[in-house]
Design a protein around this ligand. Structure first.
Ligand SMILES: Cc1cc2nc3c(=O)[nH]c(=O)nc-3n(C[C@H](O)[C@H](O)[C@H](O)COP(=O)(O)OP(=O)(O)OC[C@H]3O[C@@H](n4cnc5c(N)ncnc54)[C@H](O)[C@@H]3O)c2cc1C
Ligand SMILES: *[C@@H]1O[C@H](CO)[C@@H](O)[C@H](O)[C@H]1NC(C)=O
Ligand SMILES: *[C@@H]1O[C@H](CO)[C@@H](O)[C@H](O)[C@H]1NC(C)=O
Ligand SMILES: *[C@@H]1O[C@H](CO)[C@@H](O)[C@H](O)[C@H]1NC(C)=O
Ligand SMILES: *[C@@H]1O[C@H](CO)[C@@H](O)[C@H](O)[C@H]1NC(C)=O
Ligand SMILES: *[C@@H]1O[C@H](CO)[C@@H](O)[C@H](O)[C@H]1NC(C)=O
Ligand SMILES: *[C@@H]1O[C@H](CO)[C@@H](O)[C@H](O)[C@H]1NC(C)=O
Ligand SMILES: *[C@@H]1O[C@H](CO)[C@@H](O)[C@H](O)[C@H]1NC(C)=O
Ligand SMILES: *[C@@H]1O[C@H](CO)[C@@H](O)[C@H](O)[C@H]1NC(C)=O
Ligand SMILES: *[C@@H]1O[C@H](CO)[C@@H](O)[C@H](O)[C@H]1NC(C)=O
Ligand SMILES: *[C@@H]1O[C@H](CO)[C@@H](O)[C@H](O)[C@H]1NC(C)=O
Length: 618
């Protein structure tokens, strides 16, 4: 806190009048005002303390409690259970002393919210909004805290914490619009999902009703030191929030190829507006808001308290697992072969395959390419027809990919290919990992890009050049101890078809592959080291991706927040329209997050700490 006060005094005193109040300012609400808010929300107001406070000298120091915290600090389950737990704490201001990316030995809340409303009903949300507005306090919306762009954090903020907003899930055999005079085109089933649910819960509920929900793809969290996950796989099915930032920003996963993006599935939202009003947004009411909340990004237009989403009868699945392993640590053969594999992605996608691949580079272990792809098969067909469908799918995969690479087997590379059939989507999903396995640390350095058909086929030279820039012969250049390239073949198919009343980045409508690279800085790198790793990733890796796939953009939910071309890259040509919706529903800019729609009106006055008060931009 000291640093901040100093910064303010020496920094920009003239803007102070136009800033949100922070705890060091005299305009910060008094204890009795906070008590008043607590009464309004029936005791659900939480005053936050840094999670690892017990590891630091001063009030609250406690070695044994510190040891306990150190053990669970990286667990997703622990982070999620806290109103200030974030999966990607870009700025770590109170790590357990021996925790990762410790940086300087200070302990304060940093970008964590000062108070949180533990909301369980829409009126709690409205009370938090009203309080923030009346007292000029920065407001953030926090669900799981998985955001990689720190959009659910904010220095000196009050947060609306959605985790416990969990009215019972409702299955509708046939969708019933809240507004009964609203005719819907959708004649299938739907589930009403409260703001606090995570995908694993929605998947399980949909499966109980014999249906598939379109959600996220990670089975095991990126943080593999999550020993709960490792010993009890079922506990860590997809932990991303269902109807928070994920769905509002687009949402890709194992079912998107077949049914469209997650945002495409929304039939209606219940939303608390900046005015405190609670409204329904669907094809009939508040249509512009409905569209903005389907791709325009979380934390921007209002607080979603529930969403009604389409679900689909379950299907049998054919899974294909594939590994390409080079004989040595020389990456050149693997990169060349990977470029060939990528050139086959559009054909495999057009034949119905989708899923995730990854290349992980870690000191002391071999760098390999591996994927788990799946093809959804027809429901309710005779076993003869199903068998022939499976044979045809195998034939396509073998002809396109496996036979093509088989000549390399045993020479420069080892090629492993395996098919497996599952009776339902849920048994397939529970069968193994669909995303990165192998990174042991949260990574604040990530760059990403969309790839369309044209950028993948007949682009071997450019793709190889890009892969070599991502995995240079010596990783010491990158200054990272590990790198992961995540290749999500989640586009194509239904994703390519634009849906009415959505605001999804148009780049998605030509995307087959979404590519992300994560670099892990050494544990002791501190802020400066992390910054160097990010800078290298943006200047070398992201630029190489952009050169291989120019002009398509990237996925706002999984991108570097400091991408210099953020407006176009995150929103495509929808930005201006989204700004008009923001103006209409939140004219005062109450909902603010970095590089969210309408964020230009405000800026964080930061100094060496990288965080500070939110002020009106001059
Ligand atoms: C382990 C992991 C796996 C992932 N896997 C996938 C994946 O498979 N597919 C994919 O598409 N993405 C994936 N993501 C990215 C994910 O889409 C983003 O992290 C997303 O922002 C998470 O949303 P959240 O609500 O859970 O997180 P939060 O950090 O809590 O919120 C993210 C943003 O949404 C806002 N927000 C949250 N709740 C609400 C609400 N109720 N109303 C309005 N705004 C709200 C917040 O203010 C913030 O701006 C993954 C991320 C992680 C960490
Ligand atoms: C809010 O009230 C509850 C119940 O009285 C109490 O337990 C909690 O500590 C209060 N929160 C704050 C921030 O004072
Ligand atoms: C932190 O590291 C020091 C030195 O390596 C060690 O002595 C201490 O026990 C560790 N503390 C915790 C909480 O792990
Ligand atoms: C938040 O509220 C829920 C529901 O009332 C409660 O179970 C939970 O313990 C609360 N969490 C915190 C951290 O206060
Ligand atoms: C409903 O279906 C009609 C006819 O197919 C189509 O023109 C219209 O765009 C659809 N409306 C919505 C909101 O999907
Ligand atoms: C319900 O839908 C009708 C017809 O589309 C619309 O005119 C009306 O405003 C809607 N009512 C509400 C409460 O949203
Ligand atoms: C890796 O292998 C390629 C092709 O065989 C060769 O040209 C290159 O020099 C090798 N690189 C290293 C660092 O050994
Ligand atoms: C790279 O891959 C192409 C196509 O698979 C192949 O023809 C070529 O020989 C490979 N080059 C090297 C250096 O391995
Ligand atoms: C398949 O059959 C089951 C049981 O007869 C039925 O409930 C289900 O709706 C059917 N699925 C499809 C997609 O037709
Ligand atoms: C590659 O060779 C190994 C060892 O001979 C064999 O087990 C494997 O099946 C081969 N892979 C393919 C795709 O033929
Ligand atoms: C490969 O990259 C070069 C340089 O950026 C570009 O001119 C060329 O069009 C690209 N090739 C393809 C097939 O996209």
């Amino acid at each position: 806190m000291k640093l901040i006060s100093l910064l303010l005094l020496t920094g920009a005193p003239s803007v102070l009048a136009n800033c949100k109040c922070t705890p060091t300012d005299s305009c910060w609400p008094s204890a009795s005002k906070w008590k008043g808010l607590n009464t309004t929300v029936n005791g659900a107001l939480i005053a936050n303390e840094p999670l690892a406070k017990s590891c630091y000298a001063g009030i609250g120091t406690d070695p044994s409690q510190c040891q306990e915290i150190s053990k669970i600090y990286d667990l997703t389950s622990f982070r999620e259970s806290s109103p200030i737990g974030y999966a990607y704490p870009v700025i770590e201001t109170c790590a357990p002393v021996n925790g990762s990316i410790a940086g300087v030995p200070v302990c304060d809340l940093g970008t964590s919210s000062v108070y949180s409303v533990n909301a369980t009903k829409p009126t709690d949300v409205a009370a938090g909004i009203k309080f923030a507005k009346e007292n000029n306090v920065r407001l953030v919306i926090k669900n799981t805290g998985h955001d990689v762009r720190a959009r659910s954090q904010g220095y000196g903020s009050l947060s609306i914490w959605m985790k416990h907003m969990k009215p019972e899930l409702q299955f509708q055999d046939r969708y019933q619009p809240s507004n009964s005079s609203c005719q819907s085109n959708w004649t299938g089933s739907a589930i009403v999902v409260g703001g606090g649910y995570i995908w694993k819960e929605v998947y399980a509920y949909a499966a109980k009703h014999g249906h598939i929900a379109v959600g996220g793809s990670s089975e095991v969290n990126i943080q593999l030191n999550d020993h709960v996950c490792m010993t009890l796989l079922t506990v860590c099915l997809q932990t991303v929030g269902a109807v928070g930032g994920y769905i509002q920003g687009a949402g890709h996963g194992p079912a998107t190829h077949d049914f469209g993006l997650a945002a495409d599935q929304v039939l209606e939202y219940k939303v608390v507006l900046a005015s405190g009003e609670i409204v329904i947004a669907n094809d009939c009411s508040n249509v512009d808001l409905f569209a903005a909340l389907r791709g325009g990004g979380g934390g921007t237009f209002g607080v979603v308290v529930s969403a009604t989403i389409r679900v689909y009868p379950t299907r049998p699945i054919l899974k294909h697992s594939f590994v390409l392993a080079p004989p040595s640590t020389n990456l050149s053969t693997l990169m060349n072969a990977t470029a060939s594999v990528l050139s086959k992605y559009p054909a495999l996608s057009d034949a119905g395959f989708s899923g995730n691949a990854q290349i992980t580079r870690k000191l002391g272990s071999k760098t390999i390419y591996s994927h788990n792809f799946a093809k959804m098969l027809s429901p309710n067909v005779s076993s003869v027809k199903l068998s022939s469908e499976i044979e045809e799918a195998k034939r396509v995969m073998n002809r396109q990919l496996v036979d093509f690479l088989r000549p390399l087997n045993g020479t420069g590379l080892t090629v492993i290919s395996k098919f497996e059939k599952f009776d339902t989507f849920q048994t397939y999903f529970a069968s193994g990992t669909h995303e990165s396995a192998g990174l042991n640390y949260p990574s604040p350095a990530m760059v990403s890009r969309f790839f369309d058909k044209q950028s993948l086929i007949n682009n071997h030279k450019n793709i190889t050049t890009m892969l070599k820039a991502i995995f240079p012969e010596s990783n010491s250049k990158v200054q990272a101890i590990a790198s992961l390239l995540e290749l999500s073949l989640v586009g194509g198919g239904e994703v390519l078809k634009p849906k009415p009343n959505t605001a999804i980045h148009p780049g998605w409508r030509s995307t087959y592959l979404f590519m992300e690279n994560f670099d892990v800085p050494p544990a002791d790198s501190g802020l400066q080291g992390v910054r160097q790793v990010r800078q290298y990733a943006i200047s070398k890796k992201l630029n190489a991706m952009k050169a291989a796939a120019p002009g398509i953009g990237t996925y706002m939910n999984e991108a570097d927040p400091d991408d210099p071309d953020w407006k176009e890259d995150f929103y495509g040509d929808r930005y201006e329209w989204l700004t008009s919706v923001k103006q209409k529903y939140d004219p005062e800019g109450l909902f603010w997050c970095y590089r969210c729609v309408g964020s230009e009106g405000w800026e964080e006055i930061t100094g060496p700490t990288l965080y500070g008060p939110l002020c009106k931009a001059k």
